[in-house]
Design a protein around this ligand. Structure first.
Ligand code: C2O
Ligand code: CU
Length: 493
């Protein structure tokens, strides 16, 4: 099977004549007919690059022990993604990813934010259970205008790996580079030789200029903008040096607009110890791991004991619909054992945490994820053609919000009526998946983002605890969220 069926050479070269004709004559009432036009591009191979792998920690400006105060400024900057390739992007504090925020459970985090972008923005704290007013979505806060400042302040209640990104035009702002990680440490963390965050992304580069390719709703609206340069901590194909024999912790974050990373370390297994909302009860040995946009995974891996050997973390093909499975595997980063003496691998603890299963729900909801072609050719301006994504028939922001009661346990059935996968994300709370296409999951885990595979139903339980207010839920393929696959839950005391 060819990578770009029906003559589509590459998404950024434009649309083939047959597709334009089909749109113009209005014969595409079904998006299924368009499965051929959004095929993602091949990954551009770049040679492995030495250098600093980890992002800097944001300096804590408050001397008080349990307060972490940081400054973030969103601004245009040039970032060296690969040796010799400086790309004009938008960043927090000039770095990609933005500075890592580190805190302990129970700390107060205060972020003094300044918007130096040419357009308005906000910051959303993905996965952190913060008060609604601090959640950084336009429904609870007027977007911060260029030149303006805003201070976010909240307590971080859970240990785990989280991330931050804008919630205004997120499809463009996140793609341009606005994201960073947050690590919240608990009182019992597994003993490891190293502990690193790896923020994964892919950006779409125009290979002729090595700058960001144009944003093109027609080409990128349907399966989401999938990039051709894979990034780990803002760099293409970096090398991370690890102590031979050591047990190394990688906290993966998928910050891509649309790419599903199916991570593997060929010939080697690794150990999953945590998901979005913190530790699992017990470690799980894996050979691969699908990480959908928005999700995090905390894994431990034993480094090779032979000095100077490199293993490649790859992303394997994943079919999430509409021709996305046709791409070959690609290297994300290299893990290289240094020349230091091997050390004895610390043992992975057999018990990590206790997760109480949520009790039976008092409220059940069904949310149907839908796609359709809206409007017709005459209505498709330069801002994009009529891909419409909706939930229960509502296209955000034209919705009727749901309402829930603080403290209650609910079960949500997310019914995917479409022929592609959607990563479903809920703000403000963490949930426990109870069924994936009818099957109970193998283990309990806290999540805030879950993949709902094409034409299947995923169920989860959620306790609406701690914070009343307005909470968004949406597909974390950012093009889908911005094109209507988003809703609101109003939680009342
Ligand atoms: Cu990662 Cu509504 O967001
Ligand atoms: Cu989606």
């Amino acid at each position: 099977m060819s990578k770009y069926p029906i003559g589509l050479r590459s998404p950024y070269l434009g649309v083939t004549a047959s597709v334009v004709l089909a749109v113009a004559t209005g014969c595409m009432s079904h998006m299924d007919d368009m499965g051929d036009m959004g095929g993602p591009p091949d990954v551009i191979d770049v040679p492995p690059a030495e250098g600093q792998f980890e992002t800097e920690v944001a300096p804590d400006l408050d001397p008080t022990d349990d307060v972490v105060e940081v400054e973030l400024e969103a601004k245009a900057s040039e970032v060296e993604l690969a040796p010799g390739h400086r790309v004009r992007m938008w960043t927090y504090n000039g770095s990609l990813p933005g500075p890592r925020i580190e805190a302990n459970v129970g700390d107060t985090v205060r972020v003094r934010f300044r918007n130096s972008l040419p357009e308005e923005t906000t910051i959303h704290w993905h996965g952190l259970r913060v008060p609604s007013a601090m959640d950084g979505v336009p429904r609870v806060q007027s977007p911060i205008a260029p030149g303006e400042e805003f201070t976010y302040e909240f307590v971080v209640p859970d240990a785990g790996t989280f991330w931050y990104h804008p919630h205004v035009r997120s499809d463009e702002q996140v793609e341009r580079g606005l994201y960073g990680s947050i690590v919240v440490r608990g009182t019992s963390e597994p003993e490891t030789t190293s502990d690193r965050v790896v923020v994964l992304d892919d950006i779409l580069i125009d290979p002729s200029t090595w700058q960001l390719a144009a944003f093109d709703q027609m080409m990128q609206g349907m399966v989401g903008r999938q990039g051709n340069v894979l990034l780990a901590n803002g760099r293409a194909h970096p090398i991370v040096d690890v102590r031979p024999g050591g047990l190394h912790r990688f906290r993966f974050v998928n910050a891509a607009n649309a790419r599903y990373f199916r991570l593997a370390l060929p010939g080697k297994s690794f150990t999953l110890v945590g998901t979005d909302g913190g530790m699992l009860e017990a470690p799980r040995e894996l050979h691969e791991l699908v990480l959908v946009p928005g999700q995090r995974a905390d894994v431990l891996v034993a480094a090779d004991e032979t000095a100077d050997t490199a293993l490649e973390w790859q992303t394997l093909p994943y079919d999430r619909g509409h021709g996305t499975g046709a791409l070959p595997e690609a290297t994300v980063f290299q893990m290289r054992s240094t020349e230091e003496d091997a050390i004895t691998t610390p043992v992975v603890p057999s018990e990590l945490a206790t997760i109480e299963p949520l009790p039976a729900p008092t409220v059940r909801r069904k949310l149907e994820l839908e796609e359709s072609m809206g409007g017709h050719a005459g209505h498709m301006g330069s801002s994009g053609m009529g891909f419409v994504f909706s939930i229960n028939g509502f296209v955000y922001p034209d919705i009727e919000g749901l309402s829930g009661a603080l403290g209650s346990v609910e079960e949500w059935s997310i019914v995917n009526t479409t022929t592609m996968d959607h990563p479903f994300h809920l703000h403000g709370f963490r949930f426990q998946v109870t069924a994936d296409d009818g099957a109970a999951p193998d283990f309990l885990a806290w999540r805030d983002t879950v993949n709902v595979r094409a034409e299947t139903t995923t169920r989860f339980r959620v306790k609406l605890e701690d914070h009343a207010g307005t909470w968004m839920f949406h597909c974390h393929i950012l093009e889908h969220a911005e094109r209507g696959m988003m809703g609101e839950l109003e939680v009342q005391e």
